[in-house]
Design a protein around this ligand. Sequence first.
Ligand SMILES: NC(=O)c1ccc[n+]([C@@H]2O[C@H](COP(=O)([O-])OP(=O)(O)OC[C@H]3O[C@@H](n4cnc5c(N)ncnc54)[C@H](OP(=O)(O)O)[C@@H]3O)[C@@H](O)[C@H]2O)c1
Length: 244
Amino acid sequence: MSVAIFGATSRIARAVALRWAEDGHAVWIGARDVAEAERIAADVRVKTGVNAVAGAFDAVDMDAHPALVADIEAAVGPLDCAVLAFGDMGELDEDHTDFAAARRVIDVNFTGAASLCEAIATGMAERGAGTLIGVGSVAGDRGRQSNYVYGSAKGAFALYLQGLRNRLFKRGVHVMTVKLGFVDTRMTWGLKTRIPVATPEQAADAIHAAAKRKVDTLYYPPFWRAIMGVIKTIPERAFKRLSL
Ligand SMILES: NC(=O)c1ccc[n+]([C@@H]2O[C@H](COP(=O)([O-])OP(=O)(O)OC[C@H]3O[C@@H](n4cnc5c(N)ncnc54)[C@H](OP(=O)(O)O)[C@@H]3O)[C@@H](O)[C@H]2O)c1
């Protein structure tokens, strides 16, 4: 059994890698920072005793994704599971004044994620087994002035995963969409909110448990499903006047 974790320097991703390793999976740890990926792989090996291999991964290097997946499977075996944990929220002002910055956010969160899913899904579909997990965001549930470039990319990724799940279900492959609310990571550093913030370990536990139950769409923390349910029902003529 083997799992690949993409975007492994995320604290959520590190905790996810440990959960699957504790189940006995060989783990491939992919990140832009290969030295840090090596340190994470060493930590996984020491804590769990499984085979953990580190490698370079860049979401926007899409032409390289098919060969990368072949290399990963040569190193740790055919993938039973893949977790796409990477994401880039961008900078609001930059996204609005510089489309190159906005495009990077779209490419990391959607185009690059879809490219990697395609590369992984082919093998899983041929083998008739596997679990593909895409980490998205509640920000993808409704466009808001505060982060709509990131939100639209996450929303597009959620729609993509929905279609992929529909296609691969008949091929024995499970596709899970994770919609995270606030989790205490680099991404939320300095965030001031009265809404409870989950730890990366809690998020990883929830992702791991939901994957075992073959959940289709996981909201975590779970109360975000209700929050977004309400936000989605606000009529557009009122919503556009809000400052969300
Ligand atoms: N924290 C939250 O409240 C929250 C809420 C909703 C959704 N999420 C989602 O949760 C996931 C994990 O994020 P996080 O909260 O743990 O934040 P994070 O610490 O900023 O992690 C983001 C990860 O994405 C990687 N990444 C960014 N651009 C990349 C690229 N071009 N190629 C490969 N990897 C790239 C980063 O790698 P580097 O170390 O190289 O930068 C890092 O490993 C993301 O998908 C994020 O959108 C988080």
